[in-house]
Design a protein around this ligand. Structure first.
Ligand SMILES: [Zn+2]
Ligand SMILES: [Zn+2]
Length: 290
């Protein structure tokens, strides 16, 4: 029986988005504050996921050995380092979150049966890399507050209460929604980016956060005049809103996760032939991390 195990590690490091072949103006234009001399830092959190059969001791791999390898090959080298210079890989391709995840995969792959590298630059920005050449996933999280009422327009109050319980009460209630948007793309062989992060934030802000924040979804968002704004339907609508603009940025929307409360969340993936197997893989890995 195969199982996935996850090991967490941390390092603090600095970096700078700066390409010497570009002028100062071009660097500022492209990378904004990230281009500032002499750089800035992050407290990175790394999750290394391994897959394998259980051995006679009931383990995929001995975690104390895994810990040693991660420290030797990655964290002892990157901790308190200036990333642009510490590894030669980063002189070729800038140390963005997605590219650091890719290079960490390359460094660990000879020693560990990797299935995924996940790297958080901070709690609202992280990358996933699964060993597919230059392909990576980048996720950002944001939030908005909105009210809604769950009631199907064709049903009576009694019928709606039967289905939606307290959520059908006539004047609605509110949530602080947390939204996670994951995009998929190819890591640029020079900038290390799968998408312009500033442009991605702006798309999410313009198409979702600004129009949804501090609204009564049923009344203020035309889509929800007929569609009941359950978390699932909100996520589906956000997927519709974001798909095209993200494609125009040169990446692909991969997943929308909407967290309605600490107890309720839902995920929708973008339709593609392999999506059901991707979801199956995802739930497999989620189960394994519980
Ligand atoms: Zn940074
Ligand atoms: Zn609700």
């Amino acid at each position: 029986m195969k199982c996935i195990i996850n090991r967490r590690a941390q390092f603090c490091a600095s970096h700078r988005y700066w390409l010497p072949e570009l002028s100062e103006t071009e660097n500022i234009q492209r990378f904004g504050l990230g281009s500032r001399f002499p750089g800035h830092g992050h407290n990175y959190v790394l999750y290394v996921s391994l897959i394998g059969e259980l051995d006679e001791y009931g383990m995929v791999q001995n975690l104390s050995e895994v810990k040693k390898v991660i420290k030797r090959e990655v964290t002892s080298q990157l901790d308190y380092a200036y990333l642009n210079e510490i590894w030669s890989e980063f002189q070729q391709i800038l140390p963005t979150t997605e590219n650091i995840a890719r290079v960490i995969w390359q460094r660990l792959a000879p020693y560990l049966p990797l299935v995924r590298i996940q790297l958080f630059e901070h709690p609202e920005l992280w990358a996933d890399y699964q060993g597919n050449s230059m392909e990576a996933h980048l996720s950002v999280s944001t939030h908005f507050s909105a009210a809604h009422r769950l009631a199907h327009p064709d049903l009576s109050y009694e019928e709606n209460s039967e289905i939606y319980g307290k959520c059908a009460r006539p004047n609605g209630h509110g949530h602080n929604y947390h939204l996670e948007v994951t995009v998929k793309g190819e890591i640029d062989p020079r900038t290390g980016m799968i998408v312009d992060l500033g442009a991605l934030h702006k798309v999410i802000e313009d198409y979702v956060v600004e129009p949804f924040d501090h609204t009564f979804l049923n009344k203020d968002i035309p889509y929800f005049a007929q569609v009941v704004p359950t978390a699932e339907n909100i996520a589906v609508h956000i997927r519709q809103l974001l798909q095209q603009p993200i494609q125009e940025l040169g990446a692909q929307l991969y997943k929308v996760k909407l967290i309605e409360s600490p107890n309720n969340s839902c995920e929708v993936y973008c339709a593609e032939p392999a999506s059901s197997s991707a979801i199956a893989r995802e739930s497999e890995s989620l189960l394994s991390s519980v």
